[in-house]
Design a binder for this molecule. Structure first.
Ligand SMILES: [Zn+2]
Ligand SMILES: [Zn+2]
Length: 245
């Protein structure tokens, strides 16, 4: 399994760091996790969009979902146009996209084969298993676990500290965990880096990749804060970073 970070900025992107987005490649299957602002061109630089087997969008906030709009236009107007892609997402994600584009259900369905997901749901993409878990956030949202050939990673999307995330991540090889602020939990919305370290410890994961740091947060301080809880390898996600799992 291979992870490529398309973008990891929390809340808003910068000129060098797109919003949240990850490409997971496992056993020849390619799944995109979130398409935040600026991640679409990064993705298109990595692989043709025709090679993407499925998209997961954890929730409808713009820093995770905005480039579904870019995907829509590239799919409709690219040469050749691409067929409808499975989109695993909470129900309101497609409603937000539809509202912005002002397109009818039929036109949306030409681009997105929406598979509504709720916490507890499971799915398979050509043998790669997806499991969706509950999070603590302000809108309908899920975390996602990807399992393939005995390897696994868990991506939290956005969440405050959550026992459900720990359960989903238990024993996984890599936890990609949001850590919006270094020292400060945002109650009911976001984790701190220390919270991320505590969840990684409780879930006994192999390694921790901090993501969704707000652009003004110090990376080294974040790693140190997470390291007060978690004794395994810790790094901070940034666009272009790859990991073999
Ligand atoms: Zn976010
Ligand atoms: Zn959010």
């Amino acid at each position: 399994m291979r992870l490529t970070v398309l973008g990891a900025a929390g809340s808003y992107p910068t000129s060098t760091e797109p919003g949240s987005g990850f490409l997971v490649e496992a056993d020849g299957v390619r799944v995109v996790l979130d398409l935040g602002p600026g991640t679409f061109p990064r993705l298109a630089d990595e692989i043709p969009i025709h090679a993407v087997d499925a998209i997961v969008v954890t929730h409808g906030h713009a820093d995770h979902a905005a480039d579904l709009l870019a995907w829509y236009h590239a799919s409709r107007h690219g040469i050749p146009p691409r067929a409808s892609v499975p989109l695993f997402a909470p129900g309101e994600v497609i409603e937000r996209v539809r509202g912005f584009l002002k397109k009818g259900p039929e036109e949306l369905a030409m681009v997105f084969d929406h598979r509504e997901v709720d916490p507890g749901d499971e799915a398979s993409v050509a043998g790669v298993a997806l499991s969706f878990g509950a999070v603590v956030h302000t809108v309908p949202a899920v975390s996602v676990r990807v399992d393939s050939s005995g390897k696994s990673l868990v991506y939290t999307g956005d969440t405050a500290p959550s026992a459900d995330v720990v359960d989903l991540a238990r024993g996984s090889d890599l936890l990609v965990c949001e850590a919006t602020l270094v020292d400060e939990t945002v109650p009911g919305i976001h984790c701190s880096a220390e919270d991320a370290g505590a969840m990684a410890k409780d879930a006994e994961v192999g390694a921790l990749l901090l993501t969704h740091l707000r652009p003004d947060q110090d990376r080294e301080e974040a790693i140190a804060a997470a390291g007060r809880e978690f004794g395994g390898p810790i790094a901070v996600a940034e666009a272009g970073l790859t990991r073999s799992i």
